[in-house]
Design a protein around this ligand. Structure first.
Ligand code: EPZ
Length: 418
């Protein structure tokens, strides 16, 4: 197991190039089984969730050639409609495979993807959407078995704009007979990226990014070379780091409109921001005032995936911040660790009250989930003294070379094996 050793108190200066978006690449990889021709995806990030997804594709029978600048996925010999339980547990987004495997094989079997570090993570919206397309689903012994004589387009209304359910239904509908309309669909930019990818393969998907997605089923999809969008949550994490440490950074690859809610909050905190195309410059004196309230909501609201990182910033902003997490049940696991660093946080259910303190002090803390782990790193960067963040396996799921990118900005952080 590895840990970070962080000497806090350094301002951050320089440029950060975004990685490809984890939450775009995962559904794109699932989409590769929709054709028996080879797909080339460029700049696939070296992060654990992606490596696990490639392992799942390998188990299904896809041939993978993994290079730094691109990854080739050849699904011509994909044979298995079953995803092994050990991999489903590893990776919740293996659920996205349901829709694409059903399209390919008309049947699918996965073990029930357990909850994870941040909540129960139900999949009822995925399954009800697939049933609307004609899929028969049985759930027993911890397995979900799906069968569909044929997939037929349908009108689907999502009770909640679930990202995963929207993506899974699109992947099941692209070669269904007729038209599928998904209402109350998720509007996240990653859905637009999936639409662009599938249309480049010959699909007919439109409306992603708005609340209604319309898919006209087609007979065949062909191979394609595709470059995924860049990771708005990774870039948001670096912007929050610079805001709380002070300094000036420029991020490259993510257009401001993909993280407007965060930029509004950081300006309210007292940061200066300048945007041009896919470049964002943030300047901060490091002494911030608190915003009164931040609530996570589906896109374009404040992203739940930046809630933990932003809460770390609030620990030393002047004043009190009320944080409300509307998406997941237990996304405050990091709060206890921040308290060990001197933060004043009170958590009740989905709400956290954070009273700004003068300074955090270094401490030994343990990451409990992906974004909570990133929050602890950000706290260590701004704290007085030395912090250690253990159990980096969570952070490695979503951040490519976090310590390298932070060191290039001047942070004093190193990774050691324990
Ligand atoms: C995706 O998860 C992301 N993961 C998450 O990022 C992100 O936090 C989430 O969307 C919200 O933006 C990937 O894209 C791989 P949801 P997903 O379905 O699809 C409820 C990260 O850190 N719900 O939009 O699982 C659910 O309980 C990860 O990168 C149902 O009730 O999110 C939650 O309250 C964490 N029934 C809400 O919807 C369902 O069938 C949002 O879930 C599905 C979801």
């Amino acid at each position: 197991m590895d840990k970070y050793i962080i000497q806090g108190g350094t301002k951050l200066y320089g440029q950060v190039r975004a990685q490809s978006a984890k939450n775009a690449v995962l559904p794109l990889l699932a989409g590769c089984v929709l054709t028996d021709e080879t797909i080339k995806i460029k700049d696939v990030p070296a992060i654990a969730d992606v490596e696990n997804m490639l392992r799942i594709l390998g188990e299904v029978g896809c041939k993978i050639v993994r290079r730094k600048e691109h990854t080739l996925i050849d699904s011509a010999n994909a044979v298995s409609h079953e995803i092994p339980p050990r991999l489903t547990k590893e990776l919740r987004s293996s659920v996205f495979m349901l829709g694409s495997i059903l399209t390919r094989f008309r049947k699918a079997k996965i073990s029930y993807p357990g909850g994870c570090d941040i909540g129960l993570r139900p999949i009822d919206l995925h399954l009800s959407g697939l049933r609307r397309l004609g899929v028969e689903i049985t759930e027993e012994g911890g397995y979900i078995e799906c069968r569909a004589e044929k997939l037929v387009g349908a009108e689907i209304l999502l009770d909640f704009p679930s990202v995963g359910a929207t993506e899974n239904i699109i992947l099941a509908a692209v070669k269904a007979e007729g038209r599928t309309v998904i209402r109350n669909a998720a509007k996240e930019p990653e859905i637009v990226d999936l639409q662009n990818f599938l249309n480049a393969m010959g699909a007919k998907v439109k409306g992603a990014g708005g609340g209604t997605v319309v898919i006209e089923g087609v007979k065949r999809l062909h191979g394609v070379e595709y470059t995924p969008m860049k990771d708005r949550i990774e870039v948001g994490t670096y912007l929050i780091a610079a805001a709380s440490c002070g300094g000036e950074i420029e991020t490259i690859g993510v257009p401001a409109e993909n993280i407007t809610a965060l930029l509004h909050k950081l300006r309210e905190n007292g940061c200066q921001t300048y945007v041009k195309n896919d470049k964002i410059i943030l300047q901060s004196k490091g002494v911030l005032k608190s915003v009164n309230l931040v609530e996570t909501t589906p896109f374009p609201g404040f992203p739940t995936d930046l809630q933990a990182q932003y809460s770390a910033l609030c620990t030393t902003a002047k004043g009190t911040t009320l944080v409300v997490e509307n998406l997941f049940e237990t996304r405050y696991k990091y709060a206890g660790e921040l308290k060990r660093m001197g933060a004043d946080i009170t958590v009740r259910d989905r709400t956290a009250v954070i009273r700004g303190v003068e300074k955090l002090h270094g401490a030994k803390v343990v990451a409990g989930d992906l974004r909570g782990g990133a929050a602890l790193v950000l706290a260590g960067l701004q704290a007085d003294g030395v912090s250690e963040v253990a159990d980096l396996s969570h952070i490695d799921r979503g951040y490519e070379g976090l310590e390298y990118k932070l060191r290039r900005l001047g942070a004093k952080i190193k990774r050691v094996r324990i």
